[in-house]
Design a protein around this ligand. Sequence first.
Ligand SMILES: Nc1ncnc2c1ncn2[C@@H]1O[C@H](COP(=O)(O)OP(=O)(O)OP(=O)(O)O)[C@@H](O)[C@H]1O
Ligand SMILES: [Mg+2]
Length: 141
Amino acid sequence: MKPSLELIINNTDELQTVTNTLLNFIDETRIVLFYAPMGAGKTTLIKELCKKLGSRDNFSSPTYSIINEYLGPQQKIYHFDLYRLKTEDELFDLGIEEYLNSGNYCFFEWPELVEAVIDNKHIKIEIEVKENIRFLRATKF
Ligand SMILES: Nc1ncnc2c1ncn2[C@@H]1O[C@H](COP(=O)(O)OP(=O)(O)OP(=O)(O)O)[C@@H](O)[C@H]1O
Ligand SMILES: [Mg+2]
């Protein structure tokens, strides 16, 4: 069985402890794919993870941008939102392989397109929302 982790998030205050647990699980993996419906809290969670990783960016990114780059004390963090991408070619135009092989954290929202391009180890995180409670499952691949 693949290693996995299940967490429940009742409110944004709980993101403090949830991100600690999640970062322990992520460990040395650098590519993390976030699968969840619109508004489930992908961006919120990724921003908390970036903060925990020591990014001192103010996160005031434009509303629409495919790649956000954060600077941590030890490494860069790439936060991708692939929602508006339609083809794999667009991914290659972004230079996706270089990002994936950089050894820096790569966090993906709407990762369906990038899946086929990844040959490194990665983690999939699924978030389900039921009555404002978030159920999160992380699995290592
Ligand atoms: N754990 C949580 N508990 C309660 N509210 C949350 C939680 N996580 C996020 N939210 C709220 O849900 C809303 C949407 O969050 P967010 O933008 O992170 O979702 P998203 O999955 O990135 O959406 P999109 O698919 O549009 O990118 C925000 O108003 C945020 O404050
Ligand atoms: Mg988002």
